[in-house]
Design a protein around this ligand. Structure first.
Ligand code: 73E
Length: 836
């Protein structure tokens, strides 16, 4: 390869290729140069923001040098690559992570100090990259971190939304959404204006005979929108591998507005075309676990799938391999059904553009794709109306019908006497209008389907996808329990705990092999170790208390038990159960004598999370939490015994402050509804205990850490259906303790009760679908046990240390290796070996 480069160019490169800073002096030099030239500032206006940008640019230089080498090396070696397709990447901040990954945070701290800055203040200048809603988007971000750290040749593909998830403000107790424009001076992306793909929409399909007389199809007319690539370098921890996240941005295909129209005085329509194109990548849909079937969402999905597939195919074609080798070179993972059109698009490219026969093409397609399901909630399962798809993607709809036909034919052969199975498993739902069931299409087009925790994967096999297990056998379905990256969620979020563990274990190797944590169990009875452990938790609680004071004005007692529930607000996650529990506690304390009050364990109940803007019930829950906070926090009879806090705008960078500061956190979804949950893992890894239902990954956390170290309560998944059925047939009696809570609400204790009637009536009148009442008693009792346990601080500490020691299983590195072995069949690649 190098031989093809002219000698003078090679010579210039040898002499002048940029060098990476390594020492404090070199860092300072890069920092000052960037502030002066790239940012055009001087020492007279070098504020914290300039210091942030300069530092980010200095580290970006390093990342991009490693990125270049990694890409060269991966291209040269031409091993199988994995492509992770996700509509969401919830990255959070990058600078701190980049500094830790390249191992130069201390150097940067010293350098910044020399210039008069504190590194924490500099880090805090960064805007979160919030291109995701919740767990699904954060999982994608953790994947990128692990794939780079483990040296897998891997790319992420997503959309470059101009607006990420909205910022949440609380005004008079209500959620207000504010747009999150995040792209101004974002140093972490590289526009690739030369990498563009034309994407087609609408139009119609023509049948014709090709030269060989075969019937062929072409998709004609319609509208073209241009996709432009933006690349984000993804460094691994303690490795040179720097992978790529490619995000697509949409633009009118001419690149400009129409001058003909403009000249003719039709300014509005000239600009409208341009705006319509740019709208595709404008906004992230703010719904978590909900699909609403909007045309723009389908446009986003196809735009992103088509651009990514074109890019992947283009890269493959450069290697001049035979098409049959495609699945040996390419693994594509579908993060939920959102990218399912990629299956259809690859089939279309192979048959319509490359002229392969249907069967050969379909073989290639199914060997290439893997599909991860994240949820069993019916309202989250994607279905697209056939008329909508007919209009927007006419050729794709034909191909879907064809896929379905061949599939149903094989099913019919296998089950000749079962007429019903055909309509049950058909990709097309025979409703009005007809609907395309995307999960079924994803299963049929993939060679592996996985759930994200054991219970969840079992439920998929026994309920949602039961017929497909019959058809394909159990081997197509597997489980890979989720994990989290210990780099961000321990080392970065909790530097002191990470340092203490490293001191005891002799190195930071546990950050690369989290199972090494088990060695700290030996120190569980070590008094000095316990004390340090306790001091660190206290410091982390103080840090959170400061944040609470600064953002809400409330003082909270750092000795109180910090009880945290932070996640998207959703009825199935049951923040309403938590706030009803808080009200119950409040009423109980108010009933106590002065003597009794002395025995109460002081608590701070902390909530955080966004509600989808159109999810009225979730917004009502936020409102109730804030109204309860108003009353409880100002009640002189209560004092420090109970405080209720709603932290506005919960996001990744806030999670980094909150997770290390919990004593207990709540993961209390109705059994069988939470796919996995990942914040449960973050809290335990940071030494917090958890209270939870037998749901999602809570069950495996229990298996790993031991049931004496977790507070489980509530009905089991296997009993949920029966309970709902009973409620439906009128066999429902509100739990008496919950009734007391409802009476208080109905007595206007927290303001006009009309505001909350939809919430209470969903339980006491409309069937209590999420079993709040059924679980209430068990929940309250278990919280009593939490109080009791917290009184014995020594034992509490032992539980905390033991739990952390046993969390090795939940490393994202274990998850990534499992996908690599059992789904992708890809090998790591050492990027430091020479390329010739
Ligand atoms: O349990 C979580 C899981 O931990 C699940 O609810 C979440 O994915 C996490 C990671 O596996 C999830 N998000 C969505 N579905 N499941 C979703 C659906 C539609 C739009 C946006 C997000």
């Amino acid at each position: 390869v190098e031989a093809s480069i002219p000698e003078p160019l090679r010579e210039a490169w040898r002499k002048h290729s940029a060098t990476e800073f390594n020492t404090k002096e070199e860092f300072e030099k890069d920092l000052v140069r960037h502030i002066e030239t790239t940012l055009a500032r001087s020492m007279y206006n070098c504020d914290e923001l300039a210091a942030y940008s300069g530092t980010a640019l200095a580290f970006r230089d390093r990342l991009i040098m490693e990125w270049n080498k990694t890409q060269q090396r991966q291209t040269f070696k031409d091993q199988k690559r994995v492509y992770y397709l996700s509509l969401e990447f919830l990255m959070g901040r990058t600078l701190d992570n980049a500094m830790l990954n390249v191992g130069l945070k201390d150097t940067a701290r010293d350098g910044l100090n020399d210039l008069g800055f504190r590194i924490e203040d500099v880090i805090n200048q960064e805007h979160d990259a919030a291109l995701g809603n919740g767990g699904l988007g954060r999982l994608a971000a953790c994947f990128l971190d692990s794939m780079a750290t483990l040296n897998y040749p891997a790319w992420g593909y997503g959309l470059r939304y101009r607006y990420g998830i909205f910022k949440q403000e609380i005004v008079n107790g209500y959620q207000v959404e504010v747009p999150d424009y995040w792209l101004d001076n974002n140093p972490w992306e590289f526009p690739r204006h030369e990498i563009t793909v034309d994407i087609q929409f609408y139009g119609n399909v023509k049948k014709y005979q090709d030269e060989s007389g075969k019937i062929a199809h072409s998709w004609e007319d319609g509208e073209i929108v241009q996709a432009i690539a933006y690349d984000v370098p993804i460094p691994g921890y303690g490795t040179k591998t720097t992978n790529n996240l490619r995000l697509w941005s949409s633009k009118a295909s001419s690149g400009e507005f129409d001058f003909q129209k403009f000249n003719a005085g039709d300014y509005e329509s000239a600009v409208a075309d341009q705006q319509r194109a740019e709208t595709i990548s404008a906004v992230l849909y703010p719904n978590d676990n909900l699909e609403r079937g909007k045309e723009l969402r389908l446009k986003q999905q196809y735009f992103w799938c088509a651009a990514s597939l074109f890019d992947i195919v283009r890269r493959f074609k450069k290697t001049k391999r035979a098409w049959g080798e495609f699945p040996d070179q390419v693994a594509i993972q579908l993060n939920d059904t959102h990218p399912t059109l990629a299956i259809v698009e690859l089939q279309r490219i192979l048959i319509d553009k490359e002229g392969l026969e249907w069967d050969e093409a379909w073989q290639i397609v199914t060997k290439t794709f893997g599909y991860t399901n994240h949820t069993v909630l019916p309202e989250a399962l994607e279905k697209w109306s056939v008329p909508l798809m007919q209009n927007l993607l006419p050729r794709h709809l034909q191909i879907i019908y064809e896929i379905n036909l061949f599939f149903l034919q094989t099913v019919e052969k296998r089950f000749p006497n079962d007429r019903e199975i055909l309509s049950r498993v058909s990709i097309i739902e025979e409703s009005h209008p007809k609907m395309v069931r995307m999960a079924y299409l994803a299963i049929i087009g993939s060679h592996k389907v996985n759930g994200v925790a054991e219970l969840h994967s079992d439920l998929l096999k026994t309920t949602l996808f039961k017929d497909f297990v019959k058809i394909y056998g159990p081997d197509r379905f597997t489980n890979v329990t989720n994990g989290i990256t210990p780099r961000r969620w321990l080392h970065q979020a909790n530097p002191r705990l990470s340092a203490l563990i490293a001191e005891k274990l002799g190195s930071h190797d546990f950050l690369k092999d989290l199972t090494l944590l088990d060695k700290i169990e030996a120190f569980v009875d070590d008094k000095a170790f316990r004390e340090e452990w306790a001091v660190i938790k206290r410091e982390n609680k103080l840090r959170l208390a400061e944040h609470i004071k600064a953002t809400t004005g409330y003082d909270v007692n750092p000795n109180a038990l910090f009880d945290v529930q932070v996640k998207r607000i959703h009825e199935y996650k049951r923040q309403q159960l938590n706030i009803f529990g808080v009200i119950h506690r409040y009423l109980s304390i108010k009933d106590m004598s002065a003597e009794e009050k002395k025995k109460v364990v002081p608590r701070v109940s902390i909530f955080g999370g966004k509600a989808a803007p159109g999810y009225w019930m979730a917004k009502t829950i936020i409102h109730l939490i804030n109204k309860v906070a108003d009353v409880v926090n100002k009640d002189p009879e209560i004092g420090d015994l109970l405080k209720v806090i709603f932290i506005a705008d919960y996001n990744v960078s806030k999670a980094e402050i909150i997770c290390p500061a919990s004593d207990i956190s709540e993961h209390i979804s109705t059994a069988g509804t939470e796919g996995s949950g990942t914040s449960n893992m973050k809290f335990v890894l940071n030494g917090g205990l958890i209270i939870g239902t037998c749901d999602g990954a809570n069950i495996e956390i229990t298996r790993e850490i031991g049931e004496q170290n977790i507070f489980l309560f509530g009905n089991l998944a296997e009993d949920v259906e029966d309970l709902r059925h009973k409620h439906f047939y009128g066999d429902f009696k509100l739990d008496p303790q919950l009734e007391r809570v409802f009476d208080a609400i109905k007595d206007n204790m927290f303001g006009d009760n009309a505001q909350f009637s939809a919430l209470t009536s969903s339980i006491d009148e409309h069937g209590d679908y999420y079993l709040v009442s059924d679980d209430f008693n068990s929940y309250i009792t278990t919280h009593g046990m939490v109080d009791e346990a917290f009184l014995n601080q020594e034992e509490w500490l032992a539980k905390s240390i033991t739990s952390v020691a046993r969390m090795g299983f939940f490393s994202m590195d274990r998850v990534t290796n499992e996908y690599a072995d059992s789904i992708w069949n890809v090998e790591p690649l050492d990027v430091t070996e020479p390329t010739d």
